[in-house]
Design a protein around this ligand. Sequence first.
Ligand code: FAD
Length: 476
Amino acid sequence: MADTPSLHIAVVGGGPGGYAAAFLAADLGMKVTLVDPELNPGGVCLYRGCIPSKALLHVAKLIEESQQAKSWGIDFAAPNIDLARLRTWKESVVKRLTGGLGQLSKQRHVEYIQGRAALENSTTLRVTKADQTETSLTFDRIVLATGSRPAIIPALKIDSPRLMDSTGALNLEDIPGSLLVVGGGYIGLELGSVYAALGTRVTVVEMLPGLLPGADRDLVLPLHKRLEKMFESILLNTTVSSLQEVDTGIRATFSGAAIDDSNREKIFDRVLVSVGRKPNSEIPGLENTQVSVNPRGFIEVDKQLQTADPSIYAIGDVVGEPMLAHKASHEGRVAVEAIAGHKVAFEPAAIPAVVFTDPEVAWCGLTETQAEKENREIKVAKFPWGASGRAVTIDRPDGMTKLIIDPQSERVLGMGIVGAGAGELIAEGVLAIEMAAQARDVALTIHPHPTLSETVMESAEVFFGTSTHVYRPKRG
Ligand code: FAD
């Protein structure tokens, strides 16, 4: 595949966007330099995001399941949690994967520089290496993949070791007696679930009327019900107006419709603020280029991920939402193909979103909420997991799979799933949407039995009123 050997490109940032871009560029025969402050590539996703959080969620699920096993006639003793060993295991997962990326980088002859890059101009980087030495390097093209960091609410910024962002929460310094999670988005709910499983009393505060704003409400409901049992409380339509360090913890003050004198203040052992992420677009020297940044702080790019400066491309969290690893990687590959001169554009029909709670929530393509907003005519076909043999064998009938279908063309426009393993199942929806599949294609595809994947096929059958395991009167 070596067809662009003459280009020398630099990638700034070694996250899933940056390393995917660097590796493909090397595969296409380019000379590649990848700069990141860590010892190996990985970025937020591997060091302090997707990977450590999923390792801990795996442990949380095991603890939860061991408790559920009571109803199957198996009694386990209460778990004895060795926090140091749990941390070591989580760190070993990170080390194994980032070490693997380091190897892949070497095998491809990518020049990996541990350091931070500043832009001297549109084609020259000034790199400060880990040993503080500096070097200036010139390239044909530069790809900016500097990612994002946790957003901060100035009113809640207090100087206290008890206050954590997602990185602090993943460090798992202790198992606090009580934890306040500010923000009911996916990061807050995933990390809240980890601490709840380890024994912490968790309170989640969300200023909007529901958890996981942006997801369809019928997908969130089963999760909300389960989290109500796991967490001490979930306060919706509520704002944390202030935090104050006191002798016994952090005193939080709440305001909102459901708040009165009885629940206006509470002291927590720890507070996790997870209210979104901010793009890392304040790259030193960016002003020496023609790159433009929009008012929300995202670097502006076109469909080839090219910035307003023709030599500079940008990808991943730093260019916009959804801030997800797979979106970053895909953009990285598109940017490199564009640099190689291939006819390519970033225009996905569907980007999947997965919340790795228990149950998992996943969706892709058009959501019902979005269709309603756009006044778009759709048909929704839902398959309840109570009718799935597999869901019942694993004692998880609390799920649901739904297809969002165009009533005229019968094309699949969106898919939503809540239930165990939804994150694995959603890929079928992404493929169906990308392939412009009709509901009939999904219904006529033989799915293995007994698996949860059958719920996708049967939701398509529901659309035609012919689902084997759900009785619905025929249409028309
Ligand atoms: P990043 O991964 O943010 O990497 C950017 C890199 O650039 C960093 O290493 C940074 O240090 C480096 N950098 C910045 N400035 C410079 C500079 N000047 N010079 C050199 N290097 C620089 N996404 C999912 O898809 N699935 C999940 O399950 C998921 N879980 C998450 C859980 C948590 C707790 C968090 C915080 C995030 C999670 N995400 C998840 C989001 C995901 O981590 C990001 O979308 C993804 O990492 C973005 O990739 P990126 O390549 O754009 O940048």
